[in-house]
Structure formats: C-alpha cells, structure tokens
Design a protein around this ligand. Structure first.
Ligand code: NAD
Length: 429
C-alpha cells in the first residue's frame, strides 16, 4: 500500500513532456548556436553533485517511516548554489535535476553570483502533522549538513515548503554550527532575517518583464486583457500588479477551476475571497466558471501560467490566442510547444527570466543577512525592477542578434555566461 513514506519505484519514464527532456532540448539548441565543444557541453549538462538521503521519521503514531530526500547541485561555477526545496509525493531525481539546471541559467540571466541547485523530499505533506513535518525537515537538513552552507549551497522554499520550513532548516544548521547562521537559507520569516518584498518578488518580477515586453510591442497595459492560471503566491501577485497597472484581468484560476468575467475581475476582492476560503477560489460568484484548459485558450493579450509545469504542450499550443505568454511557473510550456507558439507569433517570456524575481530577492536576503543590515521594501523593489529590466533587455538584444526567440536567447545568454566563467577558471585537476 502507498504510504507517505519511502517506496522504491523506478523513476518516471522520460516521456516527451518531462521537464528534464524539455530542458535538454533547449540546452542543445543553445549549445549549437554557441558552438560549444563536446567537453564543455558534457560539463554543463551534468550536475556536479547529486545527493540522495533516506530520512527516518518517528511518526505521531510511534512508528518509523522512511522518506527519500534529494539535493542536486547542477553547477557552482558562478558562486554558491541556490535553489528551492519541494515536498511532494511525486518528487524524483530527474525532476530535481531539471529544476536545478534551470536555476543555473536563471541566476546567470539575472546576474546574481549563484550557481543552480534544487532539492526535494518525496512525501505527501498534506498527510503530515506539524510535528512530523518539523522532524522530517530537521533530519533532512541534518543529512545535508555537508552540502548546505552560506558559502556552499543555499536552499529556499518551493512547492509545499514555506517560511516555517526555512526557519527549521536555519535552526538545525545553526545548532550544528554552534552559531546563528541566517544566510544558510532564504525565504525566512522577516523576524529571522528574511527580506522585505521576498514574498511578492516573483510576481513583481513577472509583471516587470511583462511591462517591458508590452513596451517592445508598443502595447499599453491599461489597454490589455490578462488571464492568469494559478492563484497562489506567483499568480495572485502577478494578477494584482497587472490590475494595478490598469489591465483588465478577465480570468483567474486555481485547483478548483477557472473563473471568467469579460468585464474584468476585481483582483483585490478575489484575493480577499480566497484568503477567507482556505486559499481557494471555489464558489467565487463574480465570474463564470470555466475549466483551467479553457482559461489557457481564452482570447486575451497576456497569458500568465503561474500554477505548475507542462500546461501548454503539443495538444493545446495551437489553440492559444494570447499575444504574450509570461511564464510565472517553472516549465509551464513543454519544448514540443515552442515552435507551435513561435509560428503563431506569440512572444513567450521564458520561466528562467520571467520568474527570476524570486531568486533575485533571495540574493538580496542573503546579502542583507551577511551584512547584518536590512533594506527598506522600497529599496528591494527598486533594485529588483532594475535587475529584471536589465535582464529582459540583455535577452532581447541576444534574440535580435541571432534572430531567435526570447527562450532560446535566455539559454544562449545563461549558458554563454557560465561557459565563459568556466573557461577563465579552468578545469581543476
Ligand atoms: P502556490 O502553491 O502558492 O500556488 C499554486 C497555485 O496553483 C494555487 O492557486 C493552486 O491552487 C494552483 N494550482 C495547482 N495545480 C493546479 C492545476 N493543475 N491547475 C490550475 N491551478 C493549479 O505556488 P507558487 O509559489 O505560486 O508557485 C507557482 C509556480 O511558480 C510553480 O511552478 C513554482 O515552481 C513557480 N515559482 C515560484 C516561485 C516563488 O517564489 N513562489 C519562484 C519561481 C517559480
């Protein structure tokens, strides 16, 4: 019987839509443009470290369950590696490897001095008590003491992990280091050395690059319609900031389905509704109920998929009607869909640029922790906006130079930066 714990199943088949396969396809395309030699290609395609640990936890029942945890450091050429930790029943090494390499290119694109990493624990967090979650987190951290460190590898929240989980990681690491080491993890509560603006950073970054894209297309935000898939951290902040820009947000969605109103949805009110309704839009009555699939295919100017990976693939890419897609989620468009969207003339702002606001403010948090000096929210947002705009401009230039899409430009820019740094550092040994 399936339990929340460890079970030895083979990893997933690398089907045509797996995030790892999508990542490798795009990586190969960029490597060809850059004429990377075979050795460099192999170096950058392979993670530098893959750690699998087993995590025994004494459950509330008194029984022991053993979970499996992962941490993959894809690369640490630009600096210590950085990336989130997710808790989910289907987490596996292949997925973590793809997410870790996306972090490498993402950090390179926004010019933060980090390499890429990702971690995960295979568990069903909805079935764990708070005490079980804490014991699982502390044992996972303890098994990773040789991996984590403010100068080595710095975790952050991802799916189903939050500020509290980061606080436990920070405390466990600090207890073993015999000193408080706040910079070992980001996405912490403010009171423990977190940063102003971190929670909203990813959605804010999505909107900054969307506005930059509108500008290139000569479009005005207050003349645009927007559809947003996912109404969690990234989706709700993106929707709210677009709404503040005067855009008409005609559809939003979450696990409970989609909600459409051609006259526009009052996003602050919808947010308040969800907050009072277990963070779900279920029952929201100021809009017509549609499915998530219908939302993706709505006629609109801007589509922001901000829920999960593999939402737009070969099966539905031909039906997308948006003019711009800003990827709030990681991997919402599969590699198979890239050319279909390109042929339709849709501008895709790729995830490794669009959602990089999160890691950018994580970098600010790490800097503030190390300085012991904390910035105002205004300073955080100003610097975030500048870095996201610069990143957009850099990629736009590369896309024009090579006559390629923004996604291809993102890979070319990111891979080129890491490869150039690696060549200067040389291969040790
Ligand atoms: P979240 O858990 O806060 O929100 C996820 C939202 O998506 C929820 O509203 C949920 O109901 C909805 N959802 C889940 N499955 C869905 C489905 N099948 N169809 C429609 N809606 C669905 O998560 P988040 O932090 O907003 O992250 C969303 C995405 O953005 C993920 O891909 C994540 O990796 C990526 N991302 C997040 C951050 C960050 O800082 N939070 C940074 C970079 C990338």
């Amino acid at each position: 019987m399936y339990t929340t714990g460890y079970y030895k199943e083979p990893g997933p088949k690398l089907d045509e839509d797996s995030p790892f396969k999508s990542m490798m396809e795009r990586f190969r395309f960029a490597a060809n443009i850059l004429e990377l030699d075979e050795g460099m290609f192999q170096y950058l395609a392979s993670p530098v470290k893959q750690v699998i640990v087993s995590i025994p936890v004494v459950m509330d029942s008194g029984e022991i369950e053993v979970f499996e945890g992962y941490r993959v450091i894809h690369d640490n050429v630009l600096g210590p590696s950085k990336g989130g930790i997710r808790y989910a029943p289907d987490v596996n090494l292949e997925e973590v490897k793809a997410l870790a390499s996306w972090m490498t290119w993402k950090c390179a694109i926004v010019n933060v001095p980090f390499g890429g990493a990702k971690g995960g624990v295979r568990c069903d967090p909805t079935r764990l008590s708070k005490g079980e979650l804490e014991r699982l987190t502390r044992r996972y951290t303890s098994n990773m003491l040789e991996v984590f460190g403010p100068d080595r590898d710095i975790p952050a929240p991802d799916m189903n992990t939050n500020e509290q989980v980061m606080a436990w990681i920070m405390d466990t690491y600090s207890m073993n280091a015999h000193k408080t080491e706040t910079a070992v993890v980001t996405g912490k509560p403010l009171i423990l050395g977190g940063s102003q603006g971190r929670k909203e950073a990813t959605g804010r970054g999505v909107v900054t690059v969307t506005l930059a894209a509108l500008n290139k297309k000569g479009m005005l935000p207050n003349k645009c319609t927007v559809a947003v898939q996912g109404f969690g951290n990234v989706g709700s902040v993106s929707a709210e900031l677009m709404y503040e820009q005067g855009a008409k947000v005609i559809a939003i969605s979450d696990l409970s389905g989609g909600y459409y109103n051609k006259d526009g949805i009052d996003i602050p009110k919808a947010k308040e509704y969800a907050q009072n309704n277990n963070n779900l839009l279920e029952g929201y009555s100021k809009a017509e109920k549609i499915s998530n699939e219908e939302l993706l295919q709505l006629e609109c100017d801007i589509l922001i998929p901000a829920a999960k990976e593999d939402q737009i693939g070969r099966h539905n890419a031909g039906n997308i009607q948006a003019r711009i897609i800003a990827e709030g989620a990681n991997g919402p468009v599969t590699a198979n869909a890239d050319s279909i969207l390109e042929d339709k003339g849709i501008m895709v702002i790729p995830d490794i640029l669009a959602n990089a606001g999160g890691v950018t403010v994580s970098y600010f948090e790490w800097v503030q922790d190390r300085q012991g000096y904390f910035w105002t929210e205004e300073r955080v947002n100003r610097r975030l906006n500048r870095m996201m705009r610069d990143a957009f401009d850099n990629l736009f230039k590369v896309s024009e130079e090579h006559d390629i899409t923004l996604r291809q430009a993102a890979y070319v820019y990111g891979i080129n930066k890491v490869a150039t740094t690696l060549k200067m550092r040389g291969i040790y040994g």
